[in-house]
Structures are given as structure tokens and as C-alpha cells.
Ligand binder design. Structure first.
Ligand code: TXA
Ligand code: MG
Length: 333
């Protein structure tokens, strides 16, 4: 684990629509500094992807293990192609269908990208985000940005600027505040370096949507913490709130004696006996549920929740990314 840097900045939080805010961010990034900024999925912690020194600051600020590679953000297929050595027809088809948007493609790395970005690996993940703030900053920089989610390593991803400040305040110079993220969970990660495209991380772009474009797409084998992993971010325990997360229905018998510290996340209204401030009803559709999930878990943590109990989600492809995140967040604590 990279040691967490000591707080040494007074972190500025700048509304992204303040005149000059995007220019200020681009200036800092050009100087090799870090800036947290919104994307459509979650907030990212950006640095100049071409600079070993700038990218090393990301690992320090997050306390991220050096073995976990970063996603590179680009503003066009042209910029993506500068970061990789091949651009197979599958990449071209997917970029046409889903870019700009929440899809990261793993391809062989070009020399432009230093080894620290890919954790020494020969492949690199690239994605072209749709969020206007990220796009605006990329346009001003005109170089690719490495950006993991702007949280401390293994913690919950941020979907609002306040979540970033909670976790990284004092460790970075600037957060651009662009409000809440529209998608709310991290991008779909697809490996295009093997014989068959392989889904490494499910996201709002589903396996079915990828198969509709490419035909065969494999799902990465079930995650364990043992043995080599194809995508280190797939290590089981990840994306965790401070509270213990449990998956399962709330037994009717337990409702009357609900312990003080238990919060529930469900898709239906609270039963009459349950204290309403500890019952969080989220939309009964994957898009709406994803948009609100992390923010709700951050709020549970702020209320001092000891246990967050999440009612099971439907066993269908469109809910797969959410089941993945919740299963990981409930592992190992
Ligand atoms: O939506 C997102 O992807 C957000 C926003 C900020 O763009 N970023 C994000 O980054 O979630 P991060 O670092 O939290 O997650 C990156 C994931 C990890 O699971 C990592 O292991 C995987 O992508 N990854 C990155 N490069 C890879 C590579 N070359 N091969 C396999 N997996 C890779
Ligand atoms: Mg992350």
C-alpha cells in the first residue's frame, strides 16, 4: 500500500461554473498537480497521464496500492489512439456506440504513458467521459488525464464534491464542484486484449449492450482475493462504507426491535414500525438506484450508522453492476 500523504494543502472547492474555474484546473494539471473533478460516473482525481511525477501524487493522496492501474481519460478517439498501440475494430465500434460515456477499454499501452499509470503492465484502460466539466478541462489541457475515483483507497467512491472533501480534504489543492454525478457508479471496464472481449468490471453499460455490438463477450471469472487478478480493482473488498454492509431482507420480526445503529436501503417504503430517518427508499430501477446509492451510503456513514442493510436486488443483467458493488462492499468487514 502506498503510504497516505500528510495533509499539506488547504483544499479549494470551486463551483465548476465559476468563470475561470476550468482554466484554473487546467493550469494546476499542467503544473503536475492534482485536481478532483466530476465525471458522469463518480468524481475523479485527475493528473497529467504523461507524467510519472504527477501520477505518483495520485497514489500518495489516495493511499492506493502501486499495483492497481489507473484509467486514462481522453476527449476523443484521436487522443485515445495516442495512448494505445492498436485500435481494433471492436474498439472503433464500441467508441461509436458508447463514447463519450461510461465505458473504459483495455488495450496495449503506448510509450506516451509511463509505467506507473498501468502498474507496470503492458495494457492501459482508456475512456472518453461525457461530463461537460471533465470535457471542458480536457479541452483546455489537450493532454490525457489519469483519474481514479477521488476517494481514499478501498473506500466509497464520491458522487458529490462534499464526499471528495471528506476523504481527500487537505491532500489536494482543488476540487471542482459540478453537483451530483448522473450515473453514480463507476464505468464498465472491458478488456479487448484477449481472443474474446472480457468484462472486467460491470457498469451502467451492461454485458447485454456490449454483446449486442460485439457478439461474444466473456465475464471475468468470479472474484477472490487469492491468485493473480486480471484487474486489481476487482479485489473483493472495495467500495466500502465505514458501516458494516449486510445484504438481505429485513426480517419482519426484527422490525420492532431495530437496533439504533441499523439503516436500511430498500426499493419499497418503510414498514410502519421502522424509524423513517433510518429507512432509505431508492428508485426501483437500476439507473435511479445507481444514481442515489453511494450518496445514500455516505449519508448513512455521516449519521453514524453501524450497519447498513441493503435489500436484495433483482437477479437480472441490468442490475448486475449494482449487485457487484454491493457484494464487494459487504465483503471482508
Ligand atoms: O467511472 C470510472 O471509471 C471512474 C471515473 C473517475 O472515470 N474511475 C474509476 O477509476 O473508477 P478507479 O481507479 O477507481 O478504477 C479503475 C478500475 C480498477 O478496477 C482497475 O483495476 C481497472 O479499472 N483497470 C485500470 N487499468 C486497467 C488495466 N490496464 N487492466 C485491467 N484493469 C484495469
Ligand atoms: Mg475506485
Amino acid at each position: 500500500m502506498t503510504e497516505l500523504s500528510k495533509p499539506s494543502f488547504s483544499t479549494e472547492i470551486q463551483p465548476a461554473d465559476t468563470p475561470g474555474a476550468l482554466g484554473q484546473a487546467a493550469e494546476l494539471l499542467s503544473q503536475g498537480q492534482l485536481v478532483a473533478l466530476p465525471t458522469e460516473t463518480v468524481y475523479g482525481l485527475a493528473a497529467d497521464a504523461r507524467s510519472h511525477e504527477a501520477v505518483s501524487r495520485i497514489f500518495e493522496a489516495k493511499g492506493r496500492p502501486a499495483g492497481n492501474p489507473l484509467i486514462i481519460h481522453v476527449d476523443s478517439v484521436g487522443m485515445a489512439r495516442d495512448c494505445v498501440v492498436t485500435w481494433p475494430s471492436a474498439a472503433a465500434q464500441l467508441a461509436k456506440a458508447f463514447w463519450p460515456g461510461p465505458l473504459s477499454l483495455v488495450l496495449p499501452k503506448a510509450d506516451l504513458i509511463p509505467d506507473i499509470v498501468t502498474a507496470g503492465g503492458v495494457t492501459v484502460a482508456v475512456r472518453c467521459p461525457v461530463h461537460p466539466v471533465m470535457r471542458g478541462v480536457l479541452a483546455k489541457c489537450s493532454f490525457p488525464l489519469a483519474a481514479p475515483s477521488a476517494n481514499r483507497s478501498t473506500c466509497l467512491s464520491p458522487t458529490r464534491a462534499e464526499h471528495v472533501v471528506d476523504q481527500l480534504g487537505g491532500r489536494i489543492p482543488l476540487v471542482l464542484d459540478g453537483g451530483a454525478c448522473a450515473v453514480g457508479i463507476e464505468s464498465t471496464v472491458l478488456d479487448l486484449t484477449g481472443v474474446t472481449p472480457t468484462l472486467l468490471r460491470p457498469g451502467s453499460i451492461s454485458l447485454g449492450q456490449l454483446q449486442a455490438i460485439l457478439g461474444a463477450v466473456e465475464s471475468a471469472r468470479p472474484v477472490t482475493d487469492a491468485g493473480p487478478v486480471k484487474s486489481p480493482g476487482q479485489l473483493a473488498r472495495h467500495y466500502s462504507p465505514r458501516a458494516k454492509l449486510e445484504l438481505g431482507d429485513v426480517p419482519a420480526a426484527a422490525i420492532g426491535e431495530a437496533s439504533e445503529g441499523t439503516h436500511v436501503i430498500a426499493r419499497e417504503p418503510a414498514p410502519p414500525a421502522w424509524p423513517s430517518e433510518r429507512w432509505h427508499q431508492l428508485p426501483d430501477n437500476p439507473e435511479g438506484f445507481a444514481r442515489e446509492l453511494y450518496d445514500t451510503m455516505h449519508r448513512c456513514d455521516q449519521h453514524g450508522a453501524e450497519i447498513i442493510r441493503v435489500q436484495p436486488l433483482p437477479d437480472t443483467d441490468e442490475w448486475a453492476a449494482l449487485r457487484d458493488r454491493l457484494t464487494r462492499a459487504s465483503t471482508g468487514k
